[in-house]
Design a protein around this ligand. Structure first.
Ligand SMILES: [Zn+2]
Length: 271
């Protein structure tokens, strides 16, 4: 986790925290949710973060995961930087508690008319919890918060950083793709940019062969086209400016069993 409370109860990020105070005494840090003590980790290899001293505490920051991956934490930090760069942000916090949930990132943005838009961002690195995806999206919708799910771009890239011709798609990708009307959003951590990626079906044909019956009559079988299951072809569009003010909210429809936030409605539509 990236945020903690100081002894005075102030929120502090791991990259701003000091291990010792001006008098050389050790500073103490506490979990904003369960209140138990945290250890500040400021190593040279990983992103600076906090972790629970007691590995058995039950709290929202530990829910369903045995410690968040460093890549997931890096994604959150980068998203915050990108959104602050591209929007008129009036409130911006990592790991912000909303009711009984913690958003990876939460912000409030002023749009062109001066209205405040509330936005929660959830980063997806490895996990594939489709219920969490559906429930969180719905939870935010009920609270008039727009929800943006962002994947790590690396899952769409080859080792040489070119885009893959074919990618495996899991349930979360499929559902996010439907929720955002034919695209998913992906973060390029290294270059601090976001892509919108449309995924299209890959058409294959079965081999056509001629079979002969006992009387020597030949007939053709195969040669049918079909879509590959679980695999799609990515079509990326670089989003130079991640302006989140042009959001729309849409109720559940025949395509989706949940309400959705449609982000970036000015992007080309795929259907
Ligand atoms: Zn905790």
């Amino acid at each position: 986790m990236l945020v903690a409370l100081t002894e005075n109860g102030n929120r502090i990020y791991a990259d701003e925290a000091q291990k010792r105070d001006a008098n050389g005494n050790k500073n103490k840090f506490y979990c904003p949710d369960c209140g138990s003590e945290l250890t500040l980790k400021q190593g040279s290899k990983n992103i600076w973060h906090f972790s629970h001293k007691d590995g058995n505490t039950i709290c929202l920051f530990r829910k369903g995961k045995s410690g968040e991956s460093i890549i997931h934490q890096t994604m959150k930090k980068k998203i915050k930087e990108i959104i602050e760069r591209d929007n008129d942000v009036v409130f911006s916090e990592l790991e912000w508690k909303i009711g009984s949930r913690i958003a990876d990132y939460y912000c409030e943005i002023r749009d062109a008319r001066g209205n405040i838009r509330k936005v929660a961002v959830e980063c997806v690195y490895r996990h594939n919890d489709i219920d969490e995806f559906t429930n969180k999206s719905e939870y935010y919708f009920d609270r008039e918060i727009y929800c943006l799910w962002i994947f790590n771009l690396t899952r769409f890239l080859n080792k040489d950083n070119s885009f893959k011709e074919e990618v495996r798609v899991n349930e979360i990708i499929k559902k996010a793709h439907t929720a955002y009307f034919g695209k998913v959003f992906a973060l390029d951590i290294a270059n601090e940019v976001i892509y919108a990626i449309h995924l299209s079906g890959i058409l294959r044909e079965t081999e056509s062969v001629t079979l002969y019956d006992e009387l020597g009559n030949g007939y053709d079988v195969g040669g049918n086209s079909y879509f590959l299951r679980g695999t799609k072809s990515p079509d990326p569009v670089l989003i130079g400016d991640l302006s989140l003010t042009k959001f729309a909210r849409t109720r559940a429809d025949g395509y989706l069993d949940m309400n959705r936030s449609v982000c970036m409605v000015d992007l080309a539509k795929w259907w």
